[in-house]
Structure formats: C-alpha cells, structure tokens
Write a protein that binds this ligand. Structure first.
Ligand code: ZN
Ligand code: ZN
Length: 250
C-alpha cells in the first residue's frame, strides 16, 4: 500500500493570508503546506481521505491517479472544500464515485454544495453512511472508522490494515484506542506546540505515540509553530513531520 500526503497544512494553510509563515522558516519549501488530505493506493484502488480546497492541484501533482472512493473525516471546510472538483471528474468520466462519511457530515456536505447532489448526478455520486467503529469494505480493503472528539465537534479517524489516519482530534475514547492497537504506521494531526481546544498539541501527540507505540508516526495538519527542520531535529526516533507530496510505503 502506498500513502501520499497530498497536503499536511492547518485549516488556514501555510503560508496563511494573515500570519504568513509565522515563526517558521519561510525559505524552507517543506513549510509550504496545503490543506490536509491523503491518497491511499493499493492494488489499483485509489482512495482519498478528505478533499481539501487544494485537491485539484494536489492530484495534478500526484499524476492524476484514479480515485474510486472518498472517505470524509468531518465537515470542516479545510477537509471538504474541494469536493466539487472530484464530482466534476466523476461526471466527465461517467464513473461512480463512492463517498463515505457519517450522516451528520454528509448532510453538511449536501448543505454546503447542494448542486453537487442534484438528482441528475445521483448516478455519479454514491453516498454511503458510516457508523463509528463499524468496519466496512472498499474493494479488498477493510476500513475501520474511529470516533474522535474534535473540540465541541467530532471527526472520524480511519484504520486500514496496519495504517491509521487520525487528524483533527483532541480525544479518542477507549473503544477507539482498542481498535487502533497494533497500528504500525500512524499519521496524526498535530496543529501546534501549545494547548489547543480542538486538536492535540505536540506534547499530547508524543504522549499518544508512547501509548500506542506505532513503529512510525508522521505528524500532519501542522500550523505555523511547527517548523519542518526544527521538528526533524527535535522529534524522538520514529516520529517525523510530514511534507506535501511525501510518500509513505506501508
Ligand atoms: Zn482541519
Ligand atoms: Zn476540523
């Protein structure tokens, strides 16, 4: 399985419109971060987790891979803003695109972009409602959705085999931790170095790594306080920062 980090930026992107790169080095290309989403490819099957507002340029950069399904983590703009670009591809190619998310998040997507779900496109987009902790299959891959607390809201983390993607998360319930047990490669959202109400910050993230003990952890959804080179130097063994376009072989 191959995982491409299409984007690893925070909700405001890096550089942001207001803060630029903040304290991070503006001359480090790996500090340029588009909004967070990933591409998973295995045996000819292409799955996206989220479609941020830069998904078009991200997929062009990745060589326009074939996408069979999208898994959504939650209905925040930085994770869903690019949904229309994928809808356009599906319509042009006359293919069915399977979209997975919780009923709450799928309703939010419909409200944000009602035209994406016009009746004439119903054959192109196939919505699937998921339930936290209830696994399902996309082709040969078993997907386990994990409920995550995200401030006053919630999000879904996904486990596929030994790999898990957990972003926009502040707390995971015991049932979720149980299902994450044995994960060897973990992509974990970590926005900042300071306490944050909606996301784990760096000290919490490192505590979680000690708890789960994956072989490799990659930090994503990183904001302006997370300078790439500084992190590379200071993170413990087995933990490293993502960068846009990074490829992880599972
Ligand atoms: Zn986010
Ligand atoms: Zn969010």
């Amino acid at each position: 399985m191959k995982v491409t980090i299409l984007g690893c930026g925070p909700s405001y992107g890096m550089p942001s419109l207001t803060r630029g790169f903040g304290p991070s080095d503006p001359n480090e290309p790996k500090n340029v971060r588009t909004r967070s989403d990933i591409l998973i490819e295995d045996k000819g099957v292409g799955i996206l987790i989220d479609t941020g507002p830069e998904i078009r340029e991200q997929l062009l950069r990745a060589g326009t891979p074939k996408i069979h399904a999208i898994l959504y983590t939650h209905a925040h703009y930085d994770h869903m803003g690019g949904a229309q670009d994928l809808r356009n591809v599906a319509i042009e190619k006359n293919e069915v695109l399977d979209i997975y998310g919780t009923p709450k998040d799928m309703l939010a997507l419909r409200r944000q972009m009602p035209y994406v779900f016009e009746p004439s496109h119903q054959k192109t987009l196939s919505l699937h409602y998921i339930k936290p902790y209830k696994s399902f299959k996309i082709k040969h891959l078993e997907i386990i959705p994990i409920f995550q607390h995200h401030g006053e809201s919630s999000s879904i983390g996904y486990r596929i085999g030994d790999f898990a993607y957990c972003t926009d998360v502040k707390k995971i319930d015991p049932e979720g931790w149980k299902l994450l047990k044995g994960v060897k490669t973990w992509v974990l959202g970590c926005v900042t170095t300071r306490v944050n109400a909606k996301h784990v910050h760096l000290p919490e993230a490192l505590k979680w790594v000690k708890k789960l003990k994956p072989e490799r952890t990659y930090l994503t959804h990183m904001g302006s306080k997370m300078d790439y080179k500084e992190l590379k130097k200071t993170l413990p063994k087995g933990v490293e920062p993502c960068y846009d376009g990074m490829v992880i072989k599972i």
